[in-house]
Design a protein around this ligand. Structure first.
Ligand SMILES: NC(=O)C1=CN([C@@H]2O[C@H](COP(=O)(O)OP(=O)(O)OC[C@H]3O[C@@H](n4cnc5c(N)ncnc54)[C@H](OP(=O)(O)O)[C@@H]3O)[C@@H](O)[C@H]2O)C=CC1
Ligand SMILES: O=C(O)C(=O)Cc1ccc(O)cc1
Length: 440
């Protein structure tokens, strides 16, 4: 290791390759803590990036990843997962002798494979993953560190640099990371992506529809719009490139289809037995005094709609019934994965818990599912959407994923500013409210 790798020396130079949403957030926060940053995006973005960071003397914008790699002691690749192999193939050989390299991609198997293939043997590998989006307060959020090919000293250095986020470090291997994040993210995203496609297919903006009123509906709308306001490749990458994720998404689509079939066939006993078996598997281990993570009062505050919450229409909540059924079929107890939970996952778990554990609500939902056609057309489109997302992901088709995602993104885009504002508030409030009893 070179002399510059002393943890407390801020002469250490940090490289960031890929100055998109996450790269910029890292550059701002790390330079804010006094670290010197060398950063680049694609060469064609050089001038614009230079202008954007002109007022920050600690961020040195360079033309490309060769220059960043040559000058920096700890380099973070913050690029699209789909392109990690080709980008590391370009710049990896220029990495400064003895430096540490890591990546921010959401799926670690391809990232680590690219590092092993293209980085010189003297380079150490410590990867990371902030388990939240670029606009979330980093404090208290999980930040995974993967000491893959590195000394304890190198891990210490990475920890020292990233400690300014005040996140919660979680130490995992790459394969543990991929397995756990598949459990927390894959089916969660599939559910919200399917809601967006279904609403569009029925040509509706749900906050304008009186039956989409109330706490749980607010969460569905805000989070679905939040996902669609992000970049398509973030979700495509973690779903398509993580083999463990594919099994989850397939099972989610299967659960949606099978439950919907039981609903339209009015198979009361089968539906009830199946839902209650899932409830037992997922929530049966909770202590008797377990307090619900969320309450309707809390969630009623975050509505894009003008309709008062007391006019709530009971919903069949197919997306939530299927989520718990999916966890049950795969033997997943979501509470075991709180160490790798994103804000969206925690909220989604809170909502499922609310539906399954609030007295009377689950029975109301099963009755609506069997006897009431108010949500039938929505549930049909939701089922088709879930199947369609699972096909796209299983075929590994990035182009089709992009087209499908961006079509729905365009449809909802006028409401993104409002939804983002409301979503940030919602995440902040829920985070504060649940701080004392986060389940890890
Ligand atoms: N957004 C999120 O919520 C989170 C994302 N992540 C992961 O972090 C990574 C980055 O995500 P995010 O910042 O959101 O995505 P962005 O698309 O905003 O950022 C990626 C950046 O890398 C640039 N890039 C592409 N090729 C090169 C290259 N050869 N040299 C330098 N830069 C290049 C891209 O340019 P161009 O756009 O021109 O291709 C883009 O600006 C992804 O792997 C994602 O999965 C992790 C946690 C959360
Ligand atoms: O919270 C979520 O699930 C998000 O949508 C943000 C996100 C996206 C990708 C990640 O790798 C981590 C977090």
């Amino acid at each position: 290791m070179t002399a510059t790798l002393t943890p407390d020396a801020k002469i250490l130079q940090i490289g960031i390759i890929g100055m998109g949403d996450m790269g910029r957030m890292y550059a701002r926060r790390l330079s804010g803590a006094g670290w010197m940053i060398n950063a680049c995006d694609r060469p064609e973005n050089f001038e614009k990036l230079k202008q954007d960071f002109a007022s920050n003397p600690l961020v040195n914008i360079l033309e490309n990843g060769y220059l960043v790699s040559r000058m920096s002691d700890y380099i973070i690749y913050s690029v699209e997962a789909e392109n990690i192999e080709s980008i590391v193939a370009m710049y990896g050989a220029s990495t400064k002798v003895g430096a540490i390299v890591g990546g921010q991609t959401s799926c670690k198997a391809p990232e680590i494979a690219a590092f092993e293939k293209h980085l010189p043997a003297d380079v150490q590998i410590v990867s990371c993953h902030s388990l939240h989006g670029p606009n979330v307060d980093t404090r208290g959020q999980p930040l995974v560190l993967i000491q893959h090919r590195a000394s304890d000293e190198a891990l210490d250095l990475v920890r020292t640099v990233l400690s300014c986020f005040n996140s919660q470090f979680v130490y995992l291997t790459a394969s543990q990371h991929d397995k756990i994040t598949a459990d927390t993210q894959a089916a969660t995203h599939a559910a919200f992506l399917s809601m967006g496609v279904a609403w569009q297919a029925n040509n509706q903006f749900p906050w304008e529809v009186p039956r989409y009123v109330g706490g749980i509906e607010n969460v569905k709308i805000n989070i679905s719009l939040r996902i669609y306001s992000n970049k398509w490749h973030v979700y495509a990458g973690l779903a398509i490139m993580n083999p463990a994720a594919q099994a989850q998404i397939l099972q989610y689509a299967k659960s949606v289809t099978e439950l919907f079939t039981l609903m339209v066939e009015h198979k009361t006993k089968e539906l009830r037995d199946r839902v209650y078996a899932a409830k037992k598997a997922v929530f049966g281990g909770l202590p008797a005094n377990h307090e619900l993570l969320l309450s309707d009062d809390l969630l009623d505050k975050f509505s894009l709609s003008n309709v008062p919450p007391q006019d709530r229409t009971p919903n069949s909540h197919l997306s939530l019934l299927a989520m718990v059924d999916c966890w049950c079929k795969l033997g997943i107890v979501p509470y075991d994965h709180m160490i790798c939970s994103t804000p969206l996952f925690r909220i989604w778990l809170g909502v499922t818990e609310y539906l399954f554990q609030s007295p009377g609500l689950l029975d109301e939902c099963i009755n609506v599912a069997l006897e009431n056609d108010t949500f039938r057309a929505d549930d049909l489109e939701f089922t088709i959407a879930a199947r369609s997302w699972s096909d796209i992901i299983l075929f590994g088709n990035f182009n089709l994923y992009r087209v499908r995602f961006e079509t729905t993104q365009n449809y909802f885009s006028p409401r993104f500013p409002d939804a983002t504002k409301l979503g940030n508030e919602m995440i902040k409030t829920i985070f504060e409210k649940t701080k004392q009893r986060r389940l890890h």
